[in-house]
Design a protein around this ligand. Sequence first.
Ligand SMILES: *Cc1c(COP(=O)(O)O)cnc(C)c1O
Length: 360
Amino acid sequence: MSRVYNFSAGPAVLPEEVLKEIQEEIFDYNGSGQSVMEMSHRSKVFDDIIKEAEADLRDLMHIPDNYKVLFLQGGASLQFAMIPMNLMKNKVADYIVTGQWAKKAYQEAAKYGKAVKIASSEDKTFSYIPDCSDLPIDDDADYVYICMNNTIYGTVYKELPNTKGKDLVADVSSCFLSEPLDVSKFAIVYGGVQKNVGPAGMVIAIVREDLITDDVLEGTPTMMKYKTHADADSLYNTPNCWCIYVCGKVFKWLKKMGGLEAMKERNEKKAAILYDFLDSSEMFKGTVEKKDRSLMNVPFVTGDKDLDAKFVKEATEAGFVNLKGHRTVGGMRASIYNAMPIEGVEKLVAFMKKFEEDNK
Ligand SMILES: *Cc1c(COP(=O)(O)O)cnc(C)c1O
């Protein structure tokens, strides 16, 4: 049995320790005589799993008591609608568009009220984060929305926007648990877990309690009200039990690794190996402004489409998979999430060096 180095943007690499534990428990979870895939979500065994997962996440992120943690389905994409449906009381929201995901969220919100694009980096193919220190925030904006880490383009906010007192909502899908985050600065922090946390099929939304009310847009489906899920502790209907279980294991793994401070250090070290090489290479170049570089998603190009394709092909054959850039941007992208070991990045860089030598 051999494993590749998987640089997929999502679904993505999971910690091997976690996969092994799951394998051991697949026939008989903790003496229950069943797999977690088979058990009732109303059982005591599962109740312990979901409660422990939430407690560990709260612990890892230091989530304040006045925030609910919700395990929801529909992916990050359903939140694009759920957020305006629950938060647009004045029917105005400000969006900072720094990539495809922020743009989709902005377009979705426009169905429910006045969505205002207050800044964008689309003029330069989303290769930077705009200056957000003094934006034209609407007086009656219900919230300001950002996508914290731009998975496709490889940029990240190093500083939060000045929202002039308005609530901040952030999609953290591709940087979730990659470093400490001060939850108290946000109204909602949410992320699809299939990027940096667990398997596909779930989004975790951390929502400030005062925003969880029955006062939602008319016609909002029951399943799309935060209150429905908050009142039922994420068990209003059958949740993604398997995903909650695996995420719970990843939370324990993160705690064992030293928590989010330690992950930040490790992620900075890992990203530096790749960025330092890109900055010194004659052939490979990073595609975003240095000050806005993501620790998680690293896009790069050779400047020659055929050479890019050759690189991706040879890298795949050598066991470095899913390095092809997003279909909308081309080139390459290495996603180096929490579970990517440092030696995975070191070996990738060694492979890139050799490729450069051979293809001069
Ligand atoms: C992948 C991604 C999404 C979409 O996630 P789904 O779970 O597929 O809906 C949204 N936002 C960001 C930042 C992403 O990386």
